[in-house]
Design a protein around this ligand. Structure first.
Ligand SMILES: Nc1ncnc2c1ncn2[C@@H]1O[C@H](COP(=O)(O)OP(=O)(O)O)[C@@H](O)[C@H]1O
Ligand code: SF4
Ligand SMILES: [Mg+2]
Length: 317
């Protein structure tokens, strides 16, 4: 197993108001060469999960292992060396690039930090790999490029040190729908070519559907459901997954409409509901859901679920 995350918890102090329970006991594996999608609405802890894998911030509890190495136990130089095998790309490509540096310098940053020389050939290789013409970017800065091109630059920068795992945090959410597919296809190609393992975060199930082998659905810091992409779309069993699926408008990927079932604001992660955290918005909630937290349990081949009253095929939604 390339990446193994167990009982990951991340809390942030919220002053006198208490503690933000951003991620509360999330577990998953990502096999070598696999793409794991992580979805859930804004604020459910997706970015925090991605960043905690990188140990930025350090998890409050739990384990993160990369090829068996426990990252939470590493310090100093060993942590830095291991961390370069993990790279992250972000939602807003333009603001994650230094506006004062030219593109070649940005892409080569990691090479300089790690003392691999200026690596002109490697920079060329990365630019070509992400579909940019090295001659055409010569001497140019990020603001001279479109959002899609800036995301390509970010991807080149992430790849330059030959990482094993790339955590993609909503990499297409800020891009035009027409450009989204190009970037998704690029990530798919690069994954094959460089033998990458991907964690692909999105707030929208439609975006992760095709790129993910398996998908983990998160709600308020917890896992609701984890299944192969096919099973999740064919047999979604968690009421929250159902609501997310219902919010995908037909024929308009990437543009989620509000679903009446989940239209209300989610509760605060400072005071999450007792029992099942989804219960205050769940159409199937019963008394037991407030008393008892649903455990993750296996309901099919590689299909896991945390719900006392899951939706079965013939149940009305
Ligand atoms: N550095 C931080 N300090 C305090 N709260 C934070 C911090 N980072 C994230 N949070 C809170 O943690 C929760 C999860 O945030 P995040 O992981 O960014 O969610 P997502 O990426 O799913 O939108 C949110 O309630 C957010 O406000
Ligand atoms: S455990 Fe209860 S509240 Fe939670 S999703 Fe299932 S039915 Fe809804
Ligand atoms: Mg986020």
């Amino acid at each position: 197993m390339r990446l193994r995350v167990e009982d990951l918890a991340v809390e942030f102090p919220a002053g006198r108001r208490g503690t933000v329970h951003a991620v509360s006991g999330v577990s998953f594996d990502v096999a070598r060469g696999e793409t794991l999608g992580i979805v859930g609405e804004s604020g459910c802890g997706k970015s925090t999960t991605g960043r905690a894998i990188m140990q930025l911030p350090r998890p409050t509890a739990g384990s993160v292992r990369l090829d068996g190495t426990e990252l939470t136990a590493l310090r100093g130089d060993r942590l830095r060396r291991t961390r370069r095998l993990l790279q992250m790309i972000f939602q807003d490509p333009i603001s994650s690039l230094n506006p004062r540096r030219d593109v070649r310098r940005i892409v080569g940053e990691g090479l300089r930090v790690w003392g691999n020389g200026n690596g002109a050939d490697r920079i060329d290789e990365m630019l070509v790999a992400v579909g940019l013409d090295p001659a055409a970017v010569e001497g140019r800065r990020p603001h001279e490029f479109s959002g899609g091109q800036c995301q390509r630059i970010c991807i080149a920068r992430a790849l330059v040190l030959d990482p094993e795992v790339i955590i993609c945090d909503e990499p297409v959410s800020a891009l035009d729908v027409s450009v989204q597919a190009q970037i998704l296809n690029l990530l798919e190609d690069l994954k094959q070519r460089y033998d990458l393992t991907l964690v692909f975060i999105a707030h929208d199930l439609a975006v992760v559907k095709n790129i993910s082998d398996r998908i983990l659905v998160m709600y308020l810091g917890k896992t609701c459901e984890l299944a192969s992409s096919d099973a999740l779309f064919a047999r979604p069993a968690h009421p929250y997954t159902r609501a997310l699926l219902a919010s995908i408008p037909k024929g308009a990927p990437g543009r989620a409409a509000a679903d009446p079932a989940i239209n209300r604001e989610p509760p605060s992660p400072i005071h999450p509901p007792s029992g099942c955290r989804f219960r205050t918005r769940c159409p199937r909630a019963e008394d037991r859901c407030a008393r008892e937290e649903p455990e993750m349990r296996q309901v099919g081949t590689a299909h896991w679920l945390a719900c006392h009253f899951p939706v079965t095929e013939d149940a009305p939604r």
